[in-house]
Design a protein around this ligand. Structure first.
Ligand SMILES: *Cc1c(COP(=O)(O)O)cnc(C)c1O
Length: 460
């Protein structure tokens, strides 16, 4: 009868060649941890489950190696997005342009002028980096970049409206997802929420009545992923601005997505642009870097110099400020807009501007490529019309026509699981038991990997 004394010791295992190789690959402390973890597990099972045969040293080594692999497997890895959702929040939103990636790479490699003034040879300001580009693009006097737009909104409210009344339309008290609720963010900032109007109808007189009592801000918030239809009415932004300014109260517009271009040119609904918001006379505009702008995760705050100065001085500004890679990538992205080359360079704009003919061509090329081996399997491949969506809390209910590669397989769910096991994993969707892949959101350089992935799951 075997006893636990027959189990090899940590020392004995360490003597083996395999263990030496693992130490080279994973480092000694982690390898030791893994060996102990496997031995402890074996002992526990021996005692509790009455296992009578102890594993060989070879088996313990194999278990140690798979433990080490599991422990060190990165969890944040690239995937191929064939879902047709352009700004997929779960898949990291906007892929970046080549220049943005290059700029981020350069500043990560070494030291940079993050807060250094080369002319003076002394400390400079981090907030200048994207500022002049934003000034030129939007006409704003000043800018501050936060880590994301949620942080930007929290900072703006904290700096400008702590303990003050903030007037906002009832129709804009939305939850944008991920637990970000406009009223909760207001409460967190110390602002006193003053709701005006009703859920569906808000009049300018509602704002005016609320402004008779002193207020710190009027807030306007994009409804994000939610749409108000039917018997509805809301004043134009410039009317709200006129009313607020009449009472000497500044207006903040949380645009959410914050496009610098007209989405209508891609057959989508018109989404309020940053420039329109500025032209309406808004004092502060906040928007995301990684939604319709197509840059890195950031919260962009632009507007009047005196208000931005207050925002920059608030203690939260330090806590939520953007890092150097974000500032580098954001600047490179903004430069595409300034040089009028965004549609050519910014991946999400390339995706939106892809013509139906181009998408169809790609889907048909994929089908043809798969067709060569299809005789071997009982899978039906078709190219059909479908819809892509923008996502990212913008343009609710809007979609753009596309062409999809559809695969009729035995189990669509099983097929999707197989696609997710690929390297890189492929994310697709299903409908009526069919697997759907939308070329619109697949980056051209990922097409080969996608086809390899599909062939892997199709088994040829
Ligand atoms: C998306 C969104 C935010 C949050 O922006 P993040 O960059 O995701 O933090 C805030 N407000 C609105 C209206 C949004 O659509």
């Amino acid at each position: 009868m075997m006893t636990l004394r027959n189990l090899p010791s940590v020392e004995q295992i360490l003597q083996t060649e395999v263990a030496a190789r693992m130490i080279v690959g994973f480092g000694r402390p982690l390898t030791l941890d893994a060996i102990r973890f496997v031995l402890d597990g074996t002992r526990a099972r021996f005692k509790s489950e009455g296992i009578t045969v102890l594993p060989s040293t070879d088996l313990i080594l194999a278990q140690t190696e798979s433990t080490l692999t599991a422990w060190t497997q990165p969890t944040l890895i690239p995937v191929i997005n064939a879902s047709g959702v352009i700004l997929h929040t779960n898949l990291g939103r906007a892929p970046l342009s080549k220049s943005a990636i290059h700029a981020m790479d350069l500043v990560s490699r070494g030291y940079s002028t993050l807060e250094y003034d080369l002319d003076k040879g002394q400390r400079g300001s981090r907030s200048i980096h994207a500022e002049s580009l934003l000034q030129k693009l939007t006409g704003a006097e000043s800018a501050f970049i936060a880590n994301n737009n949620a942080a930007a909104v929290l900072l703006v409210l904290s700096a400008l409206a702590n303990k003050k009344r903030v007037v906002i339309s009832r129709s804009q008290l939305v939850e944008i997802g991920g637990g970000f609720r406009v009223p909760d963010v207001m409460k967190q900032s110390g602002a006193k929420l003053v709701e005006v109007g009703t859920t569906n109808k808000v009049h300018i007189s509602d704002y005016e009545e609320a402004l008779i009592e002193a207020a710190g801000l009027v807030m306007h918030a994009h409804r994000s992923n939610f749409k108000l239809v039917g018997f509805t009415e809301e004043p134009e932004l410039n009317e709200i601005v006129t009313a607020a300014h009449g009472f000497g109260v500044p207006v903040v517009d949380d645009l959410g997505s914050g496009a610098l271009y007209d989405t209508a040119q891609y057959g989508l609904a018109h989404e309020a642009t940053v420039q329109e918001s500025m032209q309406a006379g808004v004092d502060i505009v906040c928007f995301s870097g990684d939604k319709l702008l197509g840059g890195p995760q950031a919260g962009i705050i632009i507007g009047k110099a005196d208000l931005i100065a207050k925002i920059k001085k608030h203690p939260l500004a330090r806590a939520v400020r953007a890092d150097k890679t974000c500032l580098a990538g954001l600047s490179a992205t903004l430069l595409h807009y300034l040089k009028d080359e965004a549609e050519r360079e910014v991946p999400i704009l390339k995706m939106m501007s892809q013509t139906l003919k181009q998408v169809r061509g790609r889907a048909e090329a994929w089908a043809a490529e798969l067709g060569h081996g299809l005789a071997l399997s009982n899978v039906e491949v078709l190219v059909v019309e479908g819809e892509s969506t923008v996502g990212g809390g913008s343009l609710p209910g809007e979609s753009m026509p596309t062409f999809l590669l559809t695969l009729k397989v035995k189990s669509a769910e099983k097929f999707l699981r197989g696609l997710r096991k690929n390297n890189p994993p492929v994310i697709a969707r299903t409908e009526n038991d069919k697997v759907l892949l939308d070329p619109r959101t697949v980056l051209p350089e990922q097409e080969d990997a996608l086809l390899v992935g599909l062939k892997n799951v199709l088994n040829y």
